[in-house]
Design a protein around this ligand. Sequence first.
Ligand code: NDP
Length: 298
Amino acid sequence: MAAEIIDGKAFAASLREKVGALAAAFEAQAGRKAGLAVVLVGEDPASQVYVGSKGKATLAANMASFEHRLPAETSAAELLALVDRLNRDPAVDGILVQLPLPGHLDEQAVIAAIDPDKDVDGFHVINAGRLAVGQRGFVPCTPLGCMMMLTDRLGDLSGLEAVVIGRSNIVGKPMAQLLLAANATVTMAHSRTKDLPDVVRRADIVVAAVGRAEMVKGDWLKPGATVIDVGINRLAPEPGAAKGRLVGDVAFEKAREVAGAITPVPGGVGPMTIAVLLRNTLVAAHRNVGIALAEDAI
Ligand code: NDP
């Protein structure tokens, strides 16, 4: 039987609706909107698109959006001064600096300058540490979105075998921490892992965050496994086409014959990332003002 397709687009739409309603309630109680500041340095076309869609989604969720578009030659001192201003601005609950930054700017130094309690991307080392030791903080949006889809489908993850392929700080590592906190038995695989197909074959849950088109084959999967495909890869264009197709890290067509459920690319993990960013901003706003919110319920 073909796998159930996990519809990330629909899941994200319903999360955004929920966040929008809670943001309207926040405004009524706090007397101001929850606010997200997004900082873009330079003219990278993909980043411009991301920042534009984040701004639109923020407004649509009844929140205030503060966009700061700076020229590519912005100095470190200028950027850090802006981050400092945003840290101290009470109308700003969340701050996101769009990556990658131009080469002359030190990304780690900029992330370190963000107030951890406004770090809605969850990239600050304080938030990575909080996640590692089980304290309340902010979790990176993409893995948190994956986790929401997993628990929605599987409920309690206790004792399940999970294999995370990829160990980046923004996806693989926080994903593994979340699965561990949910009592899964977690294996982290990476480019030096031996016999990767055998490792993947024992997994009830596979999260692929590699960045290699269709690397995970259908016959690597345990029948019935739940597969979350984080990868976004553009194939070379077919003859006559302007752009190649977008595919994930999993060979979708074969995988869906074996898996129990699978996220498609596009339309799986991707749409969840912005929805979770809005969710994190809503959470930040409530914490900043001291209004209670049932965080685990959203
Ligand atoms: P990174 O490049 O930072 O990390 C890739 C990881 O994959 C590394 O840990 C690397 O191992 C591992 N890897 C590389 N080759 C292999 C291999 N042959 N076998 C096993 N593991 C391998 O990527 P990101 O984590 O930032 O992103 C991963 C993918 O997810 C990309 O396609 C990216 O576009 C996508 N993405 C999608 C998002 C979304 O919203 N849907 C958000 C963020 C990312 P090693 O550490 O040993 O080098």
